[in-house]
Design a protein around this ligand. Structure first.
Ligand code: ADP
Ligand code: MG
Length: 387
């Protein structure tokens, strides 16, 4: 990949000067969905698939972007001055947003760069290609402009870009999982204070399989913001009877005691998911640390049920692919992952059954939904690297 991208870079931008290569992973969340903006726990891991970049600093103020994933768009050209989200700049707005966020923090980026990008993550499928691009861009800037920040700050810069430049109100999980990724470990992150620990994911004779419904999110982003505001409303009501900062501060038991104050069936269901999912995530990490993969899998299934029934963010495609997954031999657990409304599921499957699993789920999904799903057997990788 690096060699091909290097060739493309030279072809588009010329073969001279100090050309550097970088990579940032994608991520999959194993459990803890829609908890990151509710002050709860999440349990994502970085993947060995991700986004590659080749870049070279310029002497003038120009920024030039090219992506092999968006060849038809060609080179996008802009400047480091007066950065704003502009439709004409298409995907490069994610990178511009990161440069803008760095400038806002006082880092001097007055000269531009040329960059060619190639991603091996499907876009818009819940594996966070956008956060991968953001963390990658920040990592490139750190290197090209000698910006001395740690990788947690990198993640916060990426989130700032996505929230305030792109306009997607995401929590910190995606950028954090990517910036702080560690081979063969998932990150048990408390989003209320960013405290975290790495938990080894030793699957021995099992695989992590991504189940891509190939259904694009569509209305997803607006529904995402709707769920956020529903949780905020529920929190406001609960705060009138107890002193908490976020839904993540509540146990399920305490929530059941207090929930009647919310006085709205829908809002109660949304909050119930946030609270119960947080508790499941804590239990799941305990199970994994105790080598109890069976319990981990059961909690994944309960997570999906809660996202389907209480949070209502699954839909026919995700429900079908997870249902079919759970019928197969050798499946330990399966659930939707990411924001929902389409995108991907994630399953843990015994290695010896993985081929049959993919064939059977693929066939059943096509019969019911009418088009193909895609499957990726993935490995857990490190955070960004320069190579
Ligand atoms: P997700 O983060 O779940 O993959 P998003 O809709 O949040 O989905 O982000 C996808 C967008 O991120 C793409 O439409 C594109 O604008 C940008 N992007 C991600 N990867 C690349 C890439 N390799 N090249 C160019 N743009 C990319
Ligand atoms: Mg995204």
């Amino acid at each position: 990949m690096k060699d091909k991208l290097l060739d493309i870079f030279k072809q588009k931008f010329g073969d001279f000067g100090d050309i550097r290569a970088y990579f940032a992973p994608g991520r999959v969340n194993l459990i803890g969905e829609h908890t990151d903006y509710n002050g709860g726990h999440v349990f994502p891991c970085a993947l060995t698939i991700g986004t590659y970049a080749v870049a070279r600093k310029r002497d003038d103020d120009k920024l030039r972007f090219y992506s092999m994933n968006f060849e038809e768009i060609g080179i996008i050209e802009t400047s480091v001055d007066n950065l704003k989200n502009e439709e004409k700049d298409n995907w490069a707005n994610y990178s511009k947003g990161v440069i803008w966020a760095l400038q806002n923090e006082g880092y001097k980026i007055t000269s531009g760069f040329d960059v060619a990008i190639c991603g091996t993550i499907p876009n818009g499928s819940g594996l966070s290609s956008s956060a991968s691009l953001e963390v990658l861009t920040c990592f490139i800037c750190q290197d090209l402009y000698d910006i001395d920040i740690d990788m947690i700050k990198n993640a916060l810069i990426g989130q700032k870009a996505e929230n305030d430049f792109i306009g997607v109100n995401c929590g910190i999980m995606d950028q954090f999982a990517i910036a702080m990724g560690k081979k063969d470990s998932a990150i048990f992150l408390d989003t209320s204070d960013l405290s975290f620990e790495y938990a080894p994911v030793v699957l021995k004779d099992s695989n992590i399989v991504i189940l891509n419904t190939n259904k694009k999110r569509g209305l997803g982003d607006s529904k995402y913001n709707e769920r956020r505001s529903e949780c905020e409303k529920a929190l406001e009501k609960i705060k009138t009877v107890t002193d908490i900062n976020s839904l993540g501060d509540l146990t399920v038991e305490k929530f059941n005691e207090l929930k009647s104050v919310i006085n709205d069936e829908i809002l109660i269901k949304r909050a119930k998911h946030a609270v119960s999912e947080n508790e499941r995530t804590v239990e799941a990490v305990e199970a994994l640390n105790a080598n109890d993969l069976k319990t981990f899998g059961e909690l994944m299934i309960k997570s999906h049920e809660s996202l389907r029934d209480d949070y209502e963010v699954t839909g026919i495609e995700l429900d079908t692919i997870v249902n079919e997954a759970l019928k197969q031999e050798g499946v330990i657990g399966a659930r939707m992952t990411g924001a929902g409304f389409g995108g991907c599921g994630v399953a843990i499957v015994k290695s010896e059954n993985t081929n049959d699993f993919i064939n059977n789920v693929g066939n059943a999904y096509k019969n019911i939904i009418g088009y193909d799903a895609s499957f990726y057997v993935v490995n857990i990788g490190d955070g960004p690297v320069k190579f």
